[in-house]
Design a binder for this molecule. Sequence first.
Ligand code: PLP
Length: 429
Amino acid sequence: MVYDFNTKIENDHLIIGDIDANDLAKEYGTPLYVIDEEKIRDNYNKLYTAFSSKYPDLHMCYAAKANTSLAVMKVLESEGSYIDAVSPGEIYTALLAGYSPDRIVFTGNNVTTEELEYANETGVTINLDSISALERLSTIENTKGKEISFRVNPMVEAGHHEHCITGGPKSKFGIKEDEAVEVYQRAIDLGFKPIGMHSHIGSEILESEPFMLAVETMMDIAGKVHQEIGVDFKFLDFGGGFGIPYEPEEEELDLETFTSDIIALYKSKLEEYDMGSPSMYIEPGRFLVGNSEVLLTRVNTIKQSYRKFAGVDCGFNTLLRPTMYGSYHHIVVANRMNDEPVEKIDVAGNVCESGDLFARDRLMPELEEGDLLAILNAGAYAYTMASQYNSRPRPAEVMVNKEEVDVIRRRESFSDLFNGQHVPTRLLK
Ligand SMILES: *Cc1c(COP(=O)(O)O)cnc(C)c1O
């Protein structure tokens, strides 16, 4: 099956929820992030049901770094989600969004002792990423008997780009698999109660093999830790990385087969090592929010240079993925959805850098100045990676629920460019 992105079209226009994208652009301006609440809920329920129908003791921890808008966090909170937080700021955000500490798993990387103190005070579950973090946590008051978990590196790599591979021999994450027994023993010796194990091998995984291999490897590590030093696991956390189609030729993850295979493997490994039935945690980010949002941007310049360019009113400061990872984002013309693609064109941003391109040689309908483009699948790692580079205030984000629209992040103004800045008085003379 070739993926068609399920865009809704009425009168030749792109519809989001029940609202015409062109009306949204007129009312709120461009560039504009538009997120569809219903899609987030659908994604959550689709993934949750696929796993929990086969293993009910399942906790889905939304990987907040994909999209930290409070409204998005709130929507997932109301669905019963847990949170995967990678920084104290994300713990703080999750608490603000109404998640109780027992629903927050903190998996930091290169964390400071102060950050460990903060995580400890808030009472969230802590996944330690190094022996150093373990030793430093033990120096913090009132941590005796504390339940902890470790992130292990299962020597399996996966991901759509080198920067997104978070397991394997080159990865900076986690403790090595061959030191796991020693590290869990050290934790016990320091007075901790290890109860969990975590791994996260990479992002944008669309095939089950690498994930299956990671589950198998981690279960063997956990099994060894259980059998050799008697650690009783309350949870095993397999991280996220569930992919979504970005290119039309890409196929969706076959959830039924994927989850059946994983759960069968999980159960057989639990039995093999006599580990009881610990909770299974997964940490989807992209899968929950990636396809729920579009970035609306207007064409302001058509230029026939040595190549043909359509220049739009935002750049990689607004959506970094194409520039940072070479990622493909499908682009549709929101005011002429039924026009056939007829020519290849580069869609370029407004940042003063030559790498600022949303698409190179993309087959598109003949574009005109004033056209409204919708860059699809801009819900994950999009707004959260936006910056004010080139002194461009960040755009607004609106949430659509059928016919309702709310601004969930206001458009920044010039004054936001100077937040927190100070000019020494000696320079003011
Ligand atoms: C980023 C991250 C995730 C989510 O990855 P996705 O590819 O968005 O599903 C999960 N767990 C950890 C620890 C992460 O850092």
